[in-house]
Every structure is written in structure tokens, then in C-alpha cells.
Design a protein around this ligand. Structure first.
Ligand code: Z5A
Length: 213
């Protein structure tokens, strides 16, 4: 009988603009560290790499790129870190990820590219064990302030992004895509996140899946 070595869990936090992804992922990381659970946090786009710097320049409207090109750069930014993610998971580390391929598909499809085309460069990336989708209404997002500083921070685009995320989520089971009401107090949202993530941190004996295979 073949046996699979225990590995770390791969947790992705996705969500609408201003939904509190960065806030929640930081709270979660701290709580896991306090519990003595090995954890590593990734954030996409990772603006520190050479590819990430091109993305950063585009998002801040300091450069112009064809929609296909920027989509491929976002995907390349994930691929350049995919091996590190896999190594950490194999070593038993819980990997947290602030945005992932689902943001890539949602934003580029909302801009008018085909969903199937958008998905293709991310096929075979490590697949999350669970994606936590932080959901807020456009009114709640507006009340958190700051719209308009970066290229995609426009309400019309964000509405389309919300629709594509809904379409993507329908392909997952309730266990692998969990929508959380992020319009509540930070502590209440964090508690929901914890209840889902903590049980996954004891080591998983199932093989890592590949995205969209
Ligand atoms: N993008 C893409 O097109 N393709 C891709 O493949 C990827 C990304 C990966 C930059 O992303 C853009 O890249 C993004 C998608 C696109 N464009 N947009 N829009 P980013 O991750 O670098 O930046 P961001 O996604 O724009 O961050 P964010 O969405 O604005 O924020 P957040 O992480 O969800 O929220 P936050 O920073 O934790 O909180 C926002 C504010 O709300 C802040 O003042 C908090 O203190 C406050 N907050 C947080 N939680 C609460 C609660 N519960 N109540 C009240 N206030 C709260």
C-alpha cells in the first residue's frame, strides 16, 4: 500500500478590494506563530522580484502594457515562487497566500479577456487546500476608503471582478472554497478564519493537487 508523507496545508486568502485580506492574513500568521506552528506568508503580486517590479509600475500607471502581457506577468510572478511554496509544504510548513491565481483570472476576465485563456498560464500551479474568500459589499468597500490610488481601483471594474469570482467559486466544493462575511468586526472575521485553518495545520496526508488539472 502506498503512503503519502504528511505535508503542510496551502491556504489562499482571496477577496474583493478592501475586504481585509492583508489584515486577516497577518492576524492569522501571528496566531499560528504564537501556537508554534511553522508558517510562511506569500503575497501576490510579489512586487520585490524583477517581474513584480514591472507589475508594480503598471499598477501605479507608470507604464502601459497590453492586457495579455500583464496577465502573463502576474502568472509568471506566481510561477517564480511555486517551487519555494512546494518545498515549504513538503517540509511541513503551513503556507498562507494573500491573493493567488483566482485574482489573476478575475481581474483579467473582468477587463474583457476570455476566462479560459486567463486560466491557462496558471494550470499546474500548486492548488490550495482551501481558499477563503472574503466578501464585502461595494458600500462597505467604499466606506473603508482609498479607492482610486491604483489602476484597478474603480467601482465598475470591481463589480465585474465580483461576478467572475462568483463564477470561479462555483467550480469548487464547499470544503475547498469558503466564503466569509468580511463586513463584520476584524475579530469576528479572524475567528471564522481560524476555525477553518487551525484543523488543517496538524499535517495533511493527501497529495498536493495541481490547479485546474
Ligand atoms: N491582481 C491582478 O490583476 N492579477 C493577479 O494575478 C493578482 C492581483 C495576484 C494589487 O493587489 C492589484 O493586483 C489588485 C488585484 C490585482 N487590484 N485591485 N484592486 P494587492 O494585493 O497588492 O493590493 P490590494 O488587493 O488592492 O489590497 P486591498 O484589496 O486594497 O486590501 P485588502 O488586503 O483586502 O485589505 P486590507 O489592506 O487588509 O484592509 C483595507 C482597509 O480596510 C484598511 O484600512 C484596514 O484597516 C481596513 N479594514 C480591514 N478589515 C476591516 C474590518 N473588518 N472592518 C473595517 N475596516 C477594516
Amino acid at each position: 500500500m502506498s503512503s503519502v508523507r504528511s505535508r503542510g496545508a496551502f491556504i489562499v486568502i482571496e477577496g474583493l478590494d478592501r475586504s481585509g485580506k492583508t489584515t486577516q492574513v497577518a492576524t492569522l500568521q501571528t496566531r499560528l506563530e504564537t501556537e508554534g506552528i511553522p508558517v510562511k506568508l506569500f503575497k501576490f503580486p510579489d512586487r520585490t522580484t524583477t517581474i513584480g517590479q514591472m507589475i508594480d509600475s503598471y499598477l501605479r500607471s507608470q507604464s502601459e502594457l497590453d492586457d495579455h502581457v500583464i496577465h502573463l506577468l502576474f502568472s509568471a510572478n506566481r510561477w517564480e515562487l511555486a517551487a519555494s511554496i512546494e518545498q515549504l509544504l513538503a517540509a511541513g510548513t503551513t503556507v498562507l497566500c494573500d491573493r493567488y491565481a483566482f485574482s489573476g483570472v478575475a481581474f483579467s476576465t473582468a477587463k474583457g479577456l476570455s476566462l479560459e485563456w486567463c486560466r491557462s498560464p496558471d494550470i499546474s500551479l500548486p492548488a490550495p487546500d482551501v481558499t477563503l474568500f472574503l466578501n464585502i459589499t461595494p458600500e462597505q468597500a467604499r466606506s473603508r476608503g482609498g479607492y482610486g490610488e491604483e489602476r484597478y481601483e474603480k467601482e465598475e471594474l470591481q463589480r465585474k471582478v465580483r461576478d467572475v469570482f462568483q463564477q470561479i467559486s462555483s467550480e469548487f466544493t464547499e470544503a475547498t472554497w469558503v466564503t466569509i462575511d468580511a463586513g463584520r468586526e476584524r475579530e469576528d472575521v479572524a475567528e471564522d478564519v481560524w476555525k477553518i485553518v487551525y484543523p488543517l495545520t496538524g499535517g495533511l496526508a493527501i497529495p498536493l493537487q495541481r490547479l485546474w488539472e
